[in-house]
Each structure stands twice: as C-alpha cells, then as structure tokens.
Write a protein that binds this ligand. Sequence first.
Ligand code: ATP
Ligand code: TZE
Ligand code: MG
Length: 278
Amino acid sequence: MISKEDIKNRMIQAVETVKRTNPMAGSITNSVTINFVANAQLAVGGSAAMVYLPDEGEFLAEAGGATYINVGTLLPIYEQTLPCTVKALYDAGKPWVLDPVAIGIGLLRTQLLRQFKEYKPNVIRGNASEIIALAGLWGLEGGTAQSNVRGVDSTDSVTDAEIAAVALAKWTGGAVAVSGKTDLITDGSIAAFSYGGSYFMEKITGSGCSLGGVVAVYATSASPFIAALTATAAYNLAASRAESKADGPGSFQIAFIDELYKATAADIANNPFEIKEV
Ligand SMILES: Nc1ncnc2c1ncn2[C@@H]1O[C@H](COP(=O)(O)OP(=O)(O)OP(=O)(O)O)[C@@H](O)[C@H]1O
Ligand SMILES: Cc1ncsc1CCO
Ligand SMILES: [Mg+2]
C-alpha cells in the first residue's frame, strides 16, 4: 500500500502545480451554484469556464486539462450536450469528474447517468445517497435499485456508501469521493477518510458542487485519487477555519472562499486523514 508520506507529498505537488500553472477546467454544471463553483476553482488557482451547448462542451473537453460535469439542473439541450462532451473526453483520454446530483429525479437524468457508465468518469463525487444510487443504476455492488436521494440531499451516512464507492472505483479505474461529516475517498484498493469541515457546509448550497469543480482543477495535475483527496482536504481545512470566523451561513460562505485561497500546500496535506486497504 502507498504510504501516507507518499500521499502527502503528491498532494503538495498537486496544490503547488495548480497554483503555478493556473490550469483550465471547464464545467457543465447546474444553474443554482455555477458562480460558487467558478469562484472556488479560482480560489485554489485554477481557471474556470462554464458552457451549456454541445459544440462548446466538446471544445472545452479538448481545451481544458479536465472537465466537471454536474447534472443538477438539466435543460432539454443537455440531452445533446452531455453525451457528446463525455464522449469527447473519453476519446481524448481527458480526466472528467461526475457529480450525479439528485439521481433518481426525472427520465432525462436517469437516461444520461445510465449512459455515462461506458465513458468511465475518472472521479465520481457525490453525497452518500447519490453514490449508492449510481452504483444501483449501473448494476454494481453496494447499490440500491431505489434512490434514497431526497432532492439534492443525502439520507444515508458516508460509511453506508463504502461498498458502492469501492465498486464504482473498480469499474471506472478512477476514484470516488463520498462527502459528508467525514469524507471517504477510494480508488478501489485503498480508502482515505478525511476529517474536518463544518456543519455550515450543509447550510449553504453548492458545497458539494464546488468541491467537484475543485476536484476537476486538481485532476488536471494529479491522479484521480490524489485530486479527490487533495480537494476534499482543502475543503475540510478551509471550512473548519471559516467556521471560527463566521456569524452564520452568509458570512461563512465568504470566509470559506478566503480560507480556500489562503490554504498552503502544506496546510492542505497536513489536514488530518487516515488510510486503509479495502
Ligand atoms: N456535517 C458536516 N460536517 C462537516 N463537514 C461537512 C458536513 N456535511 C458536509 N460537509 C462537507 O461539505 C462538503 C460538501 O459535502 P456535502 O455532502 O454537503 O455535499 P452535497 O450534499 O453534494 O452538497 P450540494 O449538493 O449542496 O452541493 C464536503 O467538503 C464535506 O466534507
Ligand atoms: C439546490 C439544487 N437544486 C438542484 S442542483 C442544486 C445545488 C445543490 O446540489
Ligand atoms: Mg450535491
């Protein structure tokens, strides 16, 4: 098994490379949190670009170092945009991050998420209920046929999703990040548990969406597992620092972006985490 020291060194390298190179990670994401996603990507040193149209998705797949796909608020055009963008990413061997927000709602969402199985997202990021439901939709171990997603929120705990997360990572050959009070990140052979965060993360919208966007930024410069763990550690650190400065969810969101911006590579790598073999 890879050592913790080795993982921390790779995290430091990912953070420093992003700060130095300002990599572009394009997004097709939901209209609720699109601005927060872009601001979080910029705060860690990345460059953001959001599009809606099919040829623009294909363009960003080609132009970016990685792409973030979030199905939170679908529009009819996405029936064209998403399949051609993920195909372009897969064919070009470019990393992409999938956030299966609100899986279980509506026919288009289900049809698109089912299709994505063959295009093997390099990182799947979601809350526990979304991860369990995606494994179910893809016929993998740990999944359930019925989605427990309540709108966009989780009704399951992170540990409930461990088998599903491992099965998804084995299928894609990439990594899966399950968010919650303690976050789980796995590549199908090891699992990392990342600590920290804040209860205010559940009181603002888009903490998970923007985490996915930041995973995509790090995926331009690191393996799927290191990218997912680095972004999660940065979030857990920034959220706990922001909580001590905030009056409520509004000021927390502002403080959180500031702390994300201020976190150094060493700060992020030293945020507490544990690893185990799975
Ligand atoms: N109770 C909590 N305590 C500490 N941190 C939390 C808690 N809940 C979530 N987080 C943190 O918030 C971030 C987003 O996770 P969350 O599970 O809320 O995503 P999500 O449900 O997909 O969010 P959204 O759909 O609103 O974007 C992660 O960094 C996670 O560690
Ligand atoms: C609230 C909400 N609704 C659709 S997407 C989204 C953002 C959080 O996932
Ligand atoms: Mg979410």
